[in-house]
Design a protein around this ligand. Structure first.
Ligand SMILES: Nc1ncnc2c1ncn2[C@@H]1O[C@H](COP(=O)(O)OP(=O)(O)OP(=O)(O)O)[C@@H](O)[C@H]1O
Length: 260
């Protein structure tokens, strides 16, 4: 069942007429999207459509060739990623970025230390700094019992939950997720979907994510943007996107098994 939509509000992130060229290749071509406060918004489209590039432009990893990105009414097009993170835009990656040689608990402590700018001796953890906060974040993603395990020992689903806890250490307003359920079992997916829904419903965090699992998208997103060959093809509610013939053409035309 689709999550109940938040009432329309001013956009927390607006991408306006963004193009991203790599040499002569247009990975993004005049793309505009908006993200509402508390919204779960999926970006879908065939391989190479420009989904990750769009997330990279919003997180600041890429500077667009043209166009603008706003966070609220602040223009952030040229603000570097670490400053966007401090403003409240958190990003997690397809490939996890945790410290495998530290415990799960220490990974979150390190994220809290980095986020607070408390980096005098970041790798000399006292065991006490931000201990309770780290525990609370792990509890929020339901892996508090794994605090003493090494980061490198975790299964894919647990790693992803640790990544969520690390992203939440910055108390973000916006969470950008690249394929959050990739490589997970059905049970792990359920847990991750539950976390995304509760972040949106209870904490009004806006979640923008790319995803190839079409059923997961249609069951959980409030709105969907469909990308194709670097352009925004359609943006709308799951019902509107599902019934749009252009979307069917793209998926069927690509020989993708996904049924929309
Ligand atoms: N740094 C780069 N240099 C050159 N081309 C790039 C670069 N980054 C992305 N591209 C190209 O831009 C296009 C869009 O890539 P992107 O990763 O955004 O697609 P995607 O929709 O996320 O695909 P997938 O679903 O396979 O992850 C692809 O053709 C890709 O090869």
């Amino acid at each position: 069942m689709t999550a109940p939509s938040p009432s329309p509000s001013p956009a927390i992130v607006s991408v306006t007429s963004v193009s991203m060229h790599f040499g002569g290749f247009r990975a993004l071509d005049d793309v505009s999207i908006d993200l509402q406060r508390g919204e779960i918004h999926a970006i879908i489209g065939p391989n190479g459509a420009g989904k990750s590039t769009l997330l990279n432009v919003i997180s600041g990893l890429l500077r667009p060739t043209r166009g603008d990105v706003h966070y609220g009414d602040q223009r952030i097009t040229h603000v570097p990623p670490h400053r966007r993170a401090r403003l409240g835009i958190a990003r997690s990656f397809q490939i996890t970025s945790i410290f495998t040689g530290f415990t799960v608990h220490q990974n979150v402590q390190l994220a809290l230390l980095a986020q607070r700018g408390d980096c005098r001796h970041p790798f000399r953890l006292t065991g006490e700094r931000y201990r309770d906060e780290a525990h609370e974040l792990l509890a929020r993603v339901q892996i508090a019992g794994m605090g003493a395990r090494m980061g490198g020992e975790l299964a894919a689903g647990d790693r992803k939950r640790l990544e969520f806890a690390i992203a939440l250490a910055g108390d973000p307003q916006v969470l950008l997720l690249d394929e959050p359920t990739a490589g997970m079992s059905g049970a792990e997916r359920e847990i991750v979907v539950g976390i995304i829904r509760s972040l949106s419903a209870e904490r009004q965090i806006s979640v923008l994510f790319t995803e190839h699992d079409i059923d997961m998208v249609f069951d959980n997103a409030h709105r969907i943007t469909v990308m194709h060959q670097g352009r925004r093809l359609v943006q709308g509610t799951p019902a509107a996107v599902r019934s749009d013939p252009r979307v069917r053409d793209v998926y069927l035309g690509e020989g993708d098994d996904a049924h929309v």
